[in-house]
Structures are given as C-alpha cells and as structure tokens.
Design a protein around this ligand. Structure first.
Ligand code: M6R
Length: 369
C-alpha cells in the first residue's frame, strides 16, 4: 500500500501533482469561471464580509499565513491569521460580517474545532478547508471546501499542505471575482496560472535529486535556520517545522527583514541557512532585498542554501547551494517552493534513521486541547 516506497511520506510527496489537480478538478472552468458550490455562502453574503479570520494549527496555520497575503491583495478585505489554540481565549472581535476560515487536514483538531464553535456562537460565518470528508469541523461549519488530496498517512503534512494552499487561493480568487475588485485582470491571469500548477509541481519533483544529497551532508548539524520574505516567510516557517518534527533538529525561521533586529547574531561559520527568494516578477524590490540579506549572512560565514527561480543569476554568487524552481507569480510560489523543503526534511530525517511516517511524540490528528 506504500506503492513501492519505504515510507508513506515519500509516496505522498510524489502524489502532489495529482493531489493539486484533484483540488482544482471541477472548480476551474476553461473560461476561468470558478465553481465552489460546497462553500454554501451566497455571493450576496460574500459581498457583506468585512473581515476574514483564519484559524488553524501547525502546517495548516502556515497555509493560512500564506492565504493572508493573497486574500488581502486580491480581495482588499482585512485578513487576520491566528493559531487556533490562542484564538478564543483573547476575546476576539467577530460578528455576522466576519468570515472565519478554519483550515484543518483531519477536520478533527480539537483546538480548531473549539475555535469554530466559538466563532459560530459569535455569529461569524464559518468556512472549513478540510481533507477528510464528513469530519467534525466541516460538519460544524456553514460551508466547506474539501482539498480532495486523498488519505495522508504520514504524520507530516505534505500533499495536504499544497492542496490547502490551492483551496485558499481558490477562495481568494472567487471572493475577488464576486466582489469585483479592481484586480480583475490579475485575478484572471492567476486563475490560468493556478490551473497549470500540477505540471509545475511535477517539474519540481523531477529536479529535487540534489536536495537529497545536500540534506544527507547536513545530518550532523545542530541547527538550521530558514529565512523568507512576503509569502516566503511562512514557507520558511513550514520548512523549519518539518525539520523539527521529522529530523528532531533545532530549526528556526525568520522574516529576512528581522535579521538585523537580533537573529543575525546567531550566524556563525558553517551554519546552514535556507533562504526562499521571491520571484522577480511583480516583486522586484523584495527580491533585491533578500539578495542583500543573503550577502549579509554569507559574509558572516553562513552556508547559504538558496531556493530561487531557475535562471536567477543574481543570487548565484552568494549561494553555496542553489535550488532552482520554475518561475511562477510570487503569490503562488509557496506551492512549489515548499517541495524542496519537504524533501530536505524527509531526507535528513532518514539519514538520521528516524521513522518519517511516525515521528516521536506526535499524532496525525490532535484531538485533545
Ligand atoms: O489536521 P490539522 O490540519 O488540523 O492538523 C494541524 C496540525 O496538527 C498539523 O498540521 C501538524 O502540524 C502536522 N503534523 C505538520 O506536519
């Protein structure tokens, strides 16, 4: 049942092009029309929304952080993202004009479920993004968008993370269409690009071989740092989480702009630092800023592992290791930039002899608060 792989996680990483295609299936028309029926929120209701609050845990929370960048940009609706376990204890401000999006692969995380119940008590409209059909969170929500990634057995979220991102993008693009924002042309272009994502995910999987060797060479390191800006920052957080849970290593992620406010003091000779470089298209300033961040850490001895667009020659002089990914709009880049991170963490864990399907102390779904 592992399809010839030693671990479910390896199989689930490879299944990602299909999983992404299945999330898109039947939802994107050839003319770019989106059909999200199970959302069960009428366009008139969606036009009334004044605020979006995303609640989730772990990897699903990282998907939410990425969604915020896309939703605020395309829809011009304020969007907050919060760890579910913190949410209801701080007396959050919710009302009928608030749309709460609960992201949960299992649909059973107790922290997220309790946050959903709280939001509904406050009369917010609740939309779930889930992978497990008929699980508790979608049953208790007003609407649901299933990710259709198929069962995920490995404790580490991989294909369900990518498909959560796709679901978040679909919601953001749909909202933008319904609300008729001035980004209409961009939204239509992005829908076309999203529809091509399965091929690009496949392309990345075909080129990650060198990441495996790199990961094995780092199995003796005590710490790995991750840096990103914009949507690359949550991708960095996710890369660090994967390394902690699978390889039991100390890993931390920072927004690259925060480096000089403290974390740069951690940089010492040989310290591996993984950096996600945003696409140049549309985000040129961010791109150039992160290139100077890479220069800064390298000058202090860091071993720089740079994930950047194929053909981005500007980063080459400062990259000890360069991992190329296809060129896609920055907002969609997390779908492909996360893949080398998954492979990196998985391979490092395997090099250490860990069971990547069942990492110590963890459960696939956390049904206690
Ligand atoms: O089922 P959920 O998406 O609600 O689970 C949330 C987290 O427990 C989960 O994403 C966890 O962080 C993963 N093991 C990460 O790989």
């Amino acid at each position: 049942e592992k399809g010839g792989y030693d671990y479910f996680m390896l199989k689930e990483i490879v299944e990602q092009p299909q999983a992404v295609a299945d999330t898109l299936l039947g939802r994107v028309g050839v003319d770019g029309t989106l059909t999200l029926d199970e959302m069960r929120l009428a366009p008139s209701e969606l036009r009334e929304i004044e605020k979006i609050v995303i609640i989730a845990c772990g990897t699903s929370y990282h998907a939410g952080l990425i969604a915020k960048y896309a939703i605020e940009h395309w829809c011009r609706v304020p969007c907050e993202v919060e760890v579910a376990s913190e949410f209801r204890y701080r007396d959050p401000i919710l009302n009928r004009q608030t749309m709460v999006i609960a992201i949960s692969q299992s649909g059973e995380s107790m922290d997220t479920l309790m946050a959903v119940r709280y939001a509904r008590e406050q009369r917010a409209r609740v939309l779930a993004i889930c992978n497990v059909n008929g699980s508790t969170i979608p049953r208790e929500s007003d609407g649901v968008l299933y990710t259709h990634a198929g069962p995920e057995v490995g404790v580490a979220a991989t294909k369900t993370f990518l498909t959560q991102l796709v679901a978040c993008y679909l919601i953001g693009l749909y909202l933008a269409q319904v609300r008729n924002t001035k980004f209409g042309d961009e939204v239509n272009a992005v829908i076309g690009q999203l529809a091509r994502m399965p091929e690009q995910v496949q392309e990345v999987l075909g080129t990650v071989g060198p990441v495996r060797e790199l990961a094995r060479s780092l199995s003796g390191s005590g710490t790995v740092l991750f840096l990103g800006r914009h949507v690359g920052y949550p991708v960095a957080l996710e890369g660090a989480l994967k390394l902690k849970e699978l390889a039991y290593m100390h890993a931390e992620a920072f927004a690259a702009g925060e480096l000089k406010h403290g974390p740069i003091a951690l940089i010492e000779d040989g310290l591996p630092v993984v950096v996600v470089v945003p696409s140049r298209e549309g985000r040129g300033v961010l791109h150039d800023k992160i290139v100077s961040n890479i220069q800064e850490i390298r000058a202090r001895g860091a071993r720089t592992i740079v994930i950047a667009e194929e053909g981005d020659e500007t980063v080459r002089p400062y990259a000890d290791e360069l991992i190329g990914i296809p060129s896609v709009p920055t907002l969609l880049q997390p779908i492909i930039a996360s893949i080398p991170m998954q492979v990196f963490a998985c391979e490092l864990a395997l090099a250490k002899g860990n069971d990547v399907d069942r990492p110590r102390n963890l459960a696939k779904s956390v049904t206690v608060e």
